[in-house]
Design a binder for this molecule. Structure first.
Ligand code: TXA
Ligand code: MG
Length: 343
């Protein structure tokens, strides 16, 4: 058991937090840091022993590779190799979306320990838009391997409090940078050169949507694969983002068969009386993704937060309303399907 300290770091006053995080990271420790998507559990990506701690703290199987975060564009060449055939596309994508929630799968640099990529020849890499996260990487002078700061398969944390719920007593430090501004993990893409246009395969939908990517290439969704190590299947085999309470995605109201004496909660899109499934049942609790107005960015931002609230409410089952699968709705539905183990 390690005593877990939380240091608050506002945008203006974060130097002390950055220093404390760097001291621990330099000593081979792991530290929870805010990113714009979800909180990450960071380690020096070039130090296999530190990376091994990330897997053990999260109870993550070593066949599930980590994302590496660079603090500058120049650092990309230390961790990955950009093939000539896609150089131009990569450059355009980075100009458009970095720093930000877009992760690229690229051939790995030999200096990156195999543990980071679970033995794959490719590496997942992004540059976070969060100032605190980037400042830590810069001051440490090393790329940071950082998966979401939750125990394996559980709901990703979007606040320091949620990180504490997940990892209290397992890590020495959580840097509290406030609530994440996106709330969903980064979009993960793989790029292949084409004769006319490159193909962009969206391996994990996220804040950078298909609509935002389609100017850069032909968009594809991956074929499902049975091989857990396959680059076409990030996080696809395990149930992910899952509350402990069973969750059912109610695509059709006719499928709702309540049992008597059970406590049911509703994850509603707007939460407004008379809308969606709010009137379908005397729910013990209703949580709204986007209270009142039904806006997708707000729904994405609140998803993991409200899932945690419903999970803590002592329910027998959580029922979720579907959201429309356009724009950010694709990523929201992806997480809901995984939470309901429907993938
Ligand atoms: O927004 C995010 O991406 C957050 C923050 C902390 O940056 N990180 C995050 O990491 O979501 P994690 O470890 O929870 O999810 C990384 C996903 C996993 O599903 C993993 O399978 C996939 O990325 N991945 C990593 N390396 C890969 C590779 N070489 N090929 C295909 N998928 C890979
Ligand atoms: Mg994760």
């Amino acid at each position: 058991m390690t005593a877990t300290r939380i240091i608050e770091a506002s945008d203006e006053n974060y130097k002390e937090a950055v220093k404390a995080a760097c001291e621990l990271l330099a000593a081979g420790e792991v530290v929870a840091l805010p990113t714009e998507t979800v909180y990450g559990l960071a380690a020096n990506a070039l130090d296999a022993a530190s990376v091994a701690k990330v897997f053990s703290v999260k109870e993550r199987p070593t066949f599930d590779p980590l994302i590496v975060h660079v603090s500058t564009r120049a650092e990309l060449s230390r961790v990955a190799i950009v093939p000539d055939g896609i150089k131009h596309t990569v450059e355009k994508l980075l100009n458009a979306f970095w720093p930000g929630p877009l992760t690229l799968i690229l051939p790995k640099h030999p200096d990156i320990p195999d543990l980071v990529t679970s033995g794959l020849p490719t590496l997942a890499v992004r540059q976070s838009a969060n100032k605190i996260f980037r400042a830590v990487g810069k001051e440490l002078g090393q790329p940071l391997a950082a998966p979401s700061a939750n125990r394996f398969g559980r709901i990703s944390p979007t606040s320091a409090h949620a990180v504490r719920q997940e990892l209290d007593g397992r890590i020495p430090l959580i840097v509290d940078g406030g609530a994440c501004s996106e709330g969903l993990e980064s979009t993960i893409i793989h790029i292949t050169a084409g004769e006319k246009r490159p193909t962009i395969t969206i391996l994990r939908p996220g804040p950078v949507t298909k609509e935002m990517l389609q100017n850069f290439g032909k968009i594809e969704r991956p074929k499902k694969s049975r091989d857990p190590g396959s680059p076409c299947a990030p996080g696809m085999l395990e149930s992910h983002y899952a509350p402990r309470t069973p969750l059912i995605l109610l695509e059709n109201a006719d499928d709702f068969r309540p049992e008597t004496g059970k406590k049911y909660g509703l994850l509603s899109y707007t939460g407004e009386p008379g809308k969606g499934y709010t009137g379908l049942y005397p729910w013990t609790i209703i949580e709204a993704l986007s209270p009142g107005n039904g806006k997708l960015p707000e729904a994405a931002l609140r998803l993991f937060h409200v899932l945690r609230k419903l999970d803590d409410a002592g329910l027998d089952c959580i029922f979720a309303e579907p959201v429309s699968e356009v724009g950010l709705g694709v990523a929201v539905m992806d997480r809901l399907r995984r939470a309901s183990k429907q993938v």
